[in-house]
Design a protein around this ligand. Sequence first.
Ligand SMILES: N[C@@H](CCC(=O)N[C@@H](CS)C(=O)NCC(=O)O)C(=O)O
Length: 216
Amino acid sequence: VTGLTLYGYFRSSAAFRVRIALNLKGLDYEQQSVHLAQGHQLRAEYRAINPQALVPVLVDGEHRMTQSLAIIEYLDELHPEPALLPQEPLARQRVRSLAQIVASDIHPINNTRVLKYLGSQLKIEEPARNTWYRHWIAEGLAVIEKRLIDEAGTGVFCHGDAPTIADCCLVPQIFNARRYGSDLNPYPTVMHIYERCMALPAFDRAAPLNQQDADN
Ligand SMILES: N[C@@H](CCC(=O)N[C@@H](CS)C(=O)NCC(=O)O)C(=O)O
């Protein structure tokens, strides 16, 4: 078996998702830090690794892969235990749907490059940019909260009694929400699940401040 290397950054929530999955699977991996705040993702050396200029990238031997959810599903297919997706098609659909509220709808419009564009190109000041950020988090988390309450699939975690891809996405999004001062009181079910996840070493070890490149 060849080694795994994760290109990431301590604060990157997309890299955080993959760190959680690697830890849940009990896989060892090396980390390469790409300093997003200093724009190192835009350097030619890094674009040679990922033309999208985003983290994470997972290198497995001679194979290089991008997109956190596609990476996690790859890991899940290669190492089926513990499963990060349930077996039954409707349950799998539900887990992916919850994950994608975060990964496809909340996170992309709050990404570093989007916030930078709002500031430097559209001249939107920081307080308004932060309002934008919290707005999309509030809208997404409200829907997740409602679904977790209403849907029978919810268990100790987002789906059933073991962590899934949905939890891998939800937890890092809560870290981002806190960092931008979002009010999380309206989402007690979400926060319960968040706390249960964070009580697991696989989640805690993946947290931003537990990474070697955490600079503050
Ligand atoms: N859909 C991608 C998103 C990757 C992504 O946006 N990563 C962020 C960090 S969380 C990034 O590299 N941002 C750099 C930038 O915006 O310049 C995935 O899930 O992997």
